[in-house]
Design a protein around this ligand. Structure first.
Ligand code: AMP
Length: 223
């Protein structure tokens, strides 16, 4: 199955995608994570991307598209994939279409998550990440029992540069300007399912599996 997870930053689509990955057994391709990993390693891609990601701006289409297409050519994507954070602009949607069309494939479903802006800001500003194992915590919704350290591996928790207030503002502006149109792009072809991203991880995942189970039978708006 080939799936796209859409939604504003902080909505929790990455968490949902990880759960879907376990259920479906297809790779989870998270473009934000790819750029963060390259930045930590100091690769040319990481250095190029960092100036954009730290500010909350989008990395140029050509750069991100090349990265994703290369990843999609890998053998583990033959049975399907879950795209998280891509496409984020119409040119990225078109590039993905061209790539998939060229190999006789298409996207099966686009799952879009929505939530009130206040909830998104609260989720982003309270997010803390373990420097060692990458696990996500939240100061209010999912605090670590080990305080400033990860309760799984003991690593230090930190706040991502792009979760700082100025960058959050910019990411939300960018989302509205450049990414909102992506949902309509797929909506026009009947591949879009819009779900509420509010509630617990389990509640949102129940909505997600329900929607995934429905595709093939009917492609309605599930909320
Ligand atoms: P995320 O973790 O998905 O919010 O992504 C973090 C950052 O990586 C974004 O704010 C962008 O700077 C960059 N990024 C991730 N995916 C894309 C994309 N599809 N197009 C452009 N920039 C991206």
């Amino acid at each position: 199955m080939r799936i796209i997870c859409l939604g504003p930053p902080g909505i929790g689509k990455g968490t949902q995608a990880k759960q879907m990955q376990q259920r479906l057994g297809v790779p989870h391709i998270d473009t934000g994570e790819i750029f963060r990993e390259h930045a930590v390693k100091g690769t040319p891609l990481g250095l190029k991307g960092k100036s954009y990601t730290d500010r909350g701006d989008l990395v140029p289409d050509q750069l991100v598209t090349e990265v994703v297409m290369e990843r999609l050519r890998a053998v583990d994507c033959v049975r399907g994939f879950l795209l998280d954070g891509f496409p984020r602009t119409i040119p990225q949607c078109e590039a993905l279409d061209t790539f998939l069309f060229g190999i006789g494939l298409s996207i099966d479903i686009v799952v879009e998550y929505t939530a009130p802006i206040e909830l998104i800001i609260q989720r982003l500003s309270g997010r803390r990440v373990c420097r060692q194992c990458g696990r996500n915590f939240h100061t209010v919704f999912k605090p670590s029992v080990a305080g400033q350290n990860c309760d799984c591996c003991g690593g230090t928790l930190f706040q991502r540069q792009d979760d700082m207030p100025e960058a959050i503002k910019q990411r939300l502006v960018v989302f509205e300007k450049q990414t909102l149109g992506v949902a309509s792009f797929y909506g026009k072809r009947g591949a879009l399912v819009t779900l509420s991203g509010a509630g617990t991880v389990e509640e949102v995942f129940a909505r997600t599996t329900d929607a995934l189970n429905k595709i093939g039978r009917d492609k309605v708006q599930v909320s």
